[in-house]
Ligand binder design. Structure first.
Ligand SMILES: Cc1cc2nc3c(=O)[nH]c(=O)nc-3n(C[C@H](O)[C@H](O)[C@H](O)COP(=O)(O)OP(=O)(O)OC[C@H]3O[C@@H](n4cnc5c(N)ncnc54)[C@H](O)[C@@H]3O)c2cc1C
Length: 394
């Protein structure tokens, strides 16, 4: 179905990103998949070309446009270019981490961090998950205690500009190896929700160690790591917003993270569909093309329909996000529905490729492995259904 979602400016931005990706990422992508990481230079190159921090005010070097459709079209081009693992680092930086800096940084923090985020010299990550707490975020145990000239948490200590001493560990952190700035959920008080704060931990702080780059089923060129904190001294000047607001800040920003995942999920389904459509018109069996079998026609007709239906919902959600009206439940609906669709569609596309679909040199094979995690990260399908059912009063 023809979309009327983008203006010429968005289309031009998407085409420019695609040209960048085809030149700077695609030729090296399989090497980076084998290496398990995308080089940091990809971020600085992307930054130079204006593909990072589109929402950042111009005074800090950003694009100054508060319109998620620029993120959306970039995310879609990542999928269509077949560079999911490398692209995720960029989309996480733009779609998921940046909003915390944009909304919660004070002037001093904005000056310190936003220019580097835009240029790609400061790569970002967000660390919520711990070995003992994933779905249940309120169970995190990484602690941040005010020290020395601090005082009582939540009052004079923060105002006086003391130091937090951070201890604990995080796991499964996307951009975990590459990241310079990590938005870290820490416990600053006993209350499950009001005792949580967001602190920025920076590369090079004593006691901040990165574990190994985790070996995964898919998304190989995306670095995913464990982080550990042993008596890391973090200035109070690195606190985002006020102490104790962390949980509320996460609840406010998670819908955009979930939209980003949902946008990419539909785009990944679309990319697999397009690849498969080409493949079945070329591959022959029983003296005819695979595409001429009624089963193939019906499967692809169903997939085309499902993608169009999902895309219409996604575009509507993005409009609501832009208007500041996207609620938590709608973002959860988009996330679980579109990622389940992605898994279903790519599985069926792989089947139509036969044995070739199982070979990693075929994009559909990598898409299959890459897709599995989208039903898990950013909140699992089960947790998303919990959010939706809560909105129903259950
Ligand atoms: C590749 C990858 C990248 C990631 N990147 C990041 C990142 O950058 N930052 C970050 O903070 N985290 C990240 N994560 C972590 C991810 O968000 C968590 O894995 C996810 O939230 C699930 O948590 P868990 O793994 O602890 O599973 P668990 O919480 O242990 O869940 C296990 C199972 O139980 C189910 N379950 C749990 N609670 C309920 C319930 N109340 N009702 C019904 N079912 C339930 C879950 O749905 C799941 O099926 C990443 C994970 C992966 C795999």
């Amino acid at each position: 179905m023809q979309r009327k979602h983008y203006d010429a400016e968005h289309e031009a931005f998407g085409e420019a990103f695609r040209a960048f990706a085809d030149k700077a990422i695609v030729p090296n992508y399989m090497d980076w998949e084998r290496a398990g990481i995308t080089p940091r230079e990809v971020f600085t190159e992307a930054g130079k070309s204006g593909f990072l921090g589109m929402q950042v005010p111009e005074q800090y070097g950003g694009g100054g446009v508060d319109d998620f459709r620029f993120n959306q079209i970039l995310d879609e081009q990542v999928a269509l270019a077949g560079i999911t693992g490398s692209g995720l680092g960029i989309t996480l930086h733009n779609d998921t981490c940046l909003p915390y800096f944009l909304t919660y940084c004070n002037d001093e923090q904005s000056q310190r961090w936003l220019p580097g985020i835009v240029s790609g010299e400061l790569i970002t990550a967000i660390a919520m998950t711990e070995p003992g707490a994933g779905s249940d975020l309120s169970g995190i145990r990484t602690s941040a205690k005010l020290d020395g000239n601090g005082g009582t948490p939540g009052s004079e200590g923060v105002a006086a500009g003391g130091t937090y001493v951070v201890n604990g560990s995080k796991t499964f952190i996307t951009n975990g190896i590459n990241a310079d700035l990590v938005v870290t959920a820490v416990r600053t008080g006993a209350d499950k929700h009001k005792g949580m704060s967001l602190l920025i931990l920076e590369r090079g702080m004593d006691g901040f160690e990165r574990g190994r780059n985790l070996d995964k089923l898919g998304m190989h060129s995306q670095d995913t790591a464990e982080l550990s904190f042993t008596d890391v001294r973090v200035p109070v000047a690195n606190l985002l917003g006020a102490e104790g607001e962390g949980f509320a800040q996460l609840v406010k920003k998670l819908p955009q993270e979930r939209m980003s995942i949902a946008v990419s999920a539909v785009a990944e389904a679309q990319a697999a569909f397009q690849n498969t459509l080409r493949y079945v018109q070329d591959r022959k069996a029983f003296g005819t093309t695979i595409g001429s079998f009624q089963n193939t026609k019906f499967v692809l007709a169903e997939i085309a329909t499902e993608i169009d239906v999902a895309q219409a919902f996604i575009d509507r959600c993005v409009d609501r996000l832009n208007d500041g009206e996207l609620d938590v439940a709608d973002a959860a609906k988009a996330k679980w529905w579109c990622t389940e669709l992605q898994g279903r569609v790519i599985d069926r596309c792989l089947q139509l490729h036969g044995g070739y679909g199982y070979m990693t040199e075929y994009p559909v094979s990598r898409a299959y492995a890459d897709a599995r995690v989208t039903r898990i990260y950013g909140g699992t399908t089960e947790i998303m259904k919990g959010v939706v059912s809560k909105s129903l009063g259950l």
